[in-house]
Design a protein around this ligand. Structure first.
Ligand code: SF4
Length: 463
């Protein structure tokens, strides 16, 4: 059934509640689902209570992700029952990576769920909702990896984007790191054509966006079709986006060290709009563990990549992901991780204990590290990472940083925005300055943010 035909049958102003778990990619996907349902009269609401359509857009990256979803579904089942007792109808859908990985289990344990669909099937959401409304409660399961790229079927967004927006350019992954479910839940790598991305970026900028973060599970594996019939890497895509008037800042995440190529390094050197902050996960500093993780790079190769990036952009600040207690990780392996952190110096980092993700090769490894050892190692690593983050933030005190203000801060008369290095910066400023990039003199550093004053407001001038 076409969306138009369906729209004629649907009364306007239906309530759509989407709960999003996990990564920025899921945030982007949820916004696209809302775009798909908007022409059919569905408007977003803040609570599942009384909603006509409830979507849980799930993430499978953490242990017990499925259990969290089942627990949330327990509450949704009660709300659905209450709505039906009042003569209404609530369609419940579970989307995202848990749906992809555990669709059959969801249908078995939560038969009141009307629709279960994976990340590659959400462009068919309007049809699935129509089928659910027409059916007598038989569940719909769509966890296929369709041949047609879903991006060709997504409508242009009518919603007003933020000052800073996400734009998915690549999806899926062929790397098969042994701890990760993404290749199984998102499928093989797919890069959107460059023209489609540039057009979407143009619409965002026309609607007021000044900063775009390019998203992909392995974003720098991007290899999209270009208008000239060739293929562009991420560096070429960034150069082309930088030519859009009004697009002042470009970021990308998440990248893989193996896919940092010459073109991308050159873009860091040549494109001022490309912000000097890079999230480049390394996971471990031990070659033995990196090999066991199937990361396809060594600690030495990671360090050389960082050296080349820093040679191209000397003020580049780095962030990374770490997993401690991967199966078989010895004390020496862990020390190698601490050594790598000490040598490189990170401005930010995310660190976790290895947690078993069902369906991944590492989940069945015999030599699992005891929880207490993992906890001890994580605490030690985090002390070092936090020291580095604090030192980086403190090094900004006294500097003038251009801050893109995004929204009001916690206190009245205050705005919060981002520095080029992705730090949150608070400063007293009038509300109408949201969307402006303003020079801010940094006066104080907190562990997770900076505070400053607008230069022109205070009449302060940079030395
Ligand atoms: S590169 Fe990233 S997304 Fe791909 S398998 Fe490894 S951790 Fe998962």
């Amino acid at each position: 059934m076409s969306g138009a035909a369906f729209a004629q049958r649907v009364p306007m102003q239906k309530r759509l509640f989407i709960k999003t778990y996990g990564c920025q990619m899921n945030v982007y996907d949820s916004a696209r689902m809302a775009d798909l349902m908007a022409p059919l009269g569905y408007a977003p609401v803040a609570s599942a209570d009384g909603a006509d359509l409830v979507i849980l857009n799930t993430c499978h990256i953490r242990e017990k992700a499925a259990e969290k979803v089942f627990s949330e579904l327990g509450s949704i089942r009660r709300l659905k029952g209450a709505r039906e007792r009042q003569g209404g109808r609530m369609v419940v859908a579970v989307a995202g990576c848990v749906a992809q990985a555990e669709g059959d289990e969801i249908q078995r344990r939560a038969p009141f769920v009307d629709i279960v669909f994976g990340p590659q099937a959400y462009h068919r959401l309007p049809e699935m909702v129509a089928r659910a409304l027409d059916s007598a409660g038989e569940g719909i399961l769509d966890t296929s990896f369709p041949a047609e790229p879903k991006f060709d079927y997504l409508p242009e967004s009518a919603a007003t984007p933020g000052v800073s927006a996400f734009l998915t350019v690549q999806e899926g992954c062929d790397k098969f790191c042994t701890f990760c479910v993404v290749p199984y839940t998102r499928g093989a790598e797919y890069s959107r054509p460059a023209g489609q991305i540039i057009a979407e970026a143009g619409r965002l900028v026309a609607a007021g966006t000044r900063e775009i973060t390019l998203l992909g599970q392995n974003v720098n594996a991007y290899h999209g079709a270009a208008a000239d019939g060739g293929e562009w890497g991420l560096g070429e895509l960034i150069r082309s986006l930088a030519r859009l008037p009004g697009l002042d800042r470009i970021r990308y995440t998440t990248s893989h060290p193996r896919d940092v190529d010459d073109g991308l390094i050159a873009a860091h050197r040549d494109v001022p709009q490309l912000m000097p902050f890079l999230h480049l996960p390394v996971q471990s500093g031990s070659d033995r563990v990196l090999a066991a993780m199937n990361r396809r790079h060594t600690a030495g190769q990671y360090k050389r990549t960082v050296e080349r990036l820093r040679a191209a952009r000397p003020d580049l600040a780095l962030s990374s992901d770490f997993i401690v207690g991967y199966p078989g990780e010895s004390e020496d392996d862990f020390r190698a991780t601490l050594d790598l952190v000490a040598e490189i110096g990170f401005a930010q980092a995310f660190s976790f204990k290895y947690s078993l993700r069902p369906g991944t090769p590492a989940a069945t490894a015999a030599d699992q590290v005891p929880e207490a050892v993992k906890a001890e190692r994580l605490a030690e690593l985090q002390v070092l990472l936090q020291q580095q983050q604090r030192a980086f933030n403190e090094s900004c005190v006294g500097q003038v940083l251009p801050v893109l203000f995004e929204k009001p801060g916690r206190h009245s008369g205050q705005l919060v925005g981002r520095s080029p290095y992705l730090q949150s910066v608070h400063a007293p400023a009038a509300g109408d300055r949201v969307g402006e990039i303003v020079p801010v003199l940094i006066r104080a550093a907190e562990p997770n943010s900076l505070a400053g004053i607008l230069l022109e407001k205070e009449g302060v001038h940079a030395a």
